[in-house]
Design a protein around this ligand. Structure first.
Ligand SMILES: CC(C)(COP(=O)([O-])OP(=O)([O-])OC[C@H]1O[C@@H](n2cnc3c(N)ncnc32)[C@H](O)[C@@H]1OP(=O)([O-])[O-])[C@@H](O)C(=O)NCCC(=O)NCCSC(=O)C[C@@](C)(O)CC(=O)[O-]
Length: 299
């Protein structure tokens, strides 16, 4: 059976945000170096920080400094998470090009992550969307727990599709589907994307898969067959969510790029430069890179 894959995949790099939101021992200077090296490696969509409560996630408290100090490379979009109007105002003030609202398909995760129910979060996102649109700032939408929840276990695909559609209709230009704890396997990942694609055009979907169970690449391959062509990943496999116990790193960007290039799919990314960026931040964190490809190709 012949499978059809896209000619090009757009990679949305979340290492500096999702990757570092759990890391205590990383300086603002290290983050800035990482962001600069990622853009030099050819990444054009970089999530550089999040404007959330510093009491909830102190590791992201320097996001304002990051956005003010990063040297913007032409053609690169620097994005930030903004859970509410206060976050949006801080992000715009610091110079973010784009923002993201983040909801969930699980009530328990929503409550623990952003301290409100799914419906309350949607109410909270409306003014964020309106204010961003007034400033012509694109808004991305995340749906967490699309293949399972650390508190509720199995999540119904209908609920994932429902929340994704609400965010899309609200005005999100793209919906990123998060397997927050990496529990998905290829066939259920694919079924989930197909269900969401009935309500949100498949070209508006992105995949955000954590690699906790080593399934992320296989899941992505299965989902690429549905027509999705945007994938979130994290350099060196950094990451985890402070409100999702067991959520290890995201899929490593190096491993993703290696697979895509091996399939003849373009990304615009220089793999060697990316590996160097990943090795540098791993060294700053005092560990070896979590990317298998980086370990294989590093002398
Ligand atoms: C949403 C809130 C703020 C609600 O938290 P809350 O306590 O309900 O908020 P509040 O409105 O009552 O405010 C409480 C305090 O926080 C301040 N505050 C309020 N908002 C902000 C803000 N934007 N920036 C800075 N400060 C803020 C506010 O000013 C106040 O300060 P105080 O008066 O106590 O000094 C909180 O729950 C929060 O910050 N949560 C963020 C949690 C988080 O960042 N989680 C990780 C990201 S999500 C993720 O990783 C999943 C994803 C996206 O990667 C996809 C996937 O993998 O599935």
């Amino acid at each position: 059976m012949t499978k059809t894959y896209p000619n090009r995949v757009s990679i949305f790099e979340v290492g500096a945000r999702d990757g570092l939101q759990n890391e205590k021992a990383v300086t603002t200077a290290d983050k800035l170096t990482l962001i600069d090296q990622l853009s030099a490696a050819g990444l054009t969509r970089i999530e550089a920080g999040s404007f959330v409560s510093p009491k909830w996630v102190p590791q992201m408290a320097d996001s304002g400094d990051i956005f003010r100090q990063l040297s913007k490379r032409p053609g690169v979009v620097y994005s930030a998470l903004t859970p509410n109007l206060k976050g949006l105002e801080l992000a715009l003030d610091a110079g973010a090009d784009e923002v993201a609202i983040f909801g969930a398909a699980s009530q328990s995760f929503s409550q623990r992550n952003i301290n409100c129910s799914i419906e309350e979060s949607i109410e909270r996102f409306i003014p964020v969307m309106e204010a961003a649109q007034a400033k012509q700032i694109p808004v991305r939408g995340y749906v967490s727990c699309v293949l399972g929840c650390p508190y509720e276990g199995e999540i119904q695909v209908e609920e994932v599709a429902r929340v994704a559609e609400i965010l899309y209709k609200m005005g999100c230009y793209e919906i990123s589907l998060g397997d927050t704890i990496g529990v998905g396997t290829p066939l259920n990942a694919r079924r989930m994307v197909e269900a969401v694609a009935h309500r949100v055009p498949v070209e508006k979907l992105a995949l955000h898969f954590h690699d906790t169970y080593g399934q992320a690449l296989a899941n992505i391959l299965a989902c690429l067959e549905t027509g999705v062509s945007v994938i979130d990943s994290s350099v060196a496999g950094l990451g985890g969510c402070p409100y999702a116990k067991g959520a290890s790193g995201n899929l490593a960007t190096e491993d993703l790029v290696y697979m895509l290039h091996g399939m003849g799919i373009e990304t615009g990314i220089d793999l060697n430069a990316l590996i160097e960026a990943g090795n540098n931040i791993s060294q700053a964190l005092g560990r070896v890179s979590g990317a298998k490809v980086a370990r294989a190709l590093t002398e």
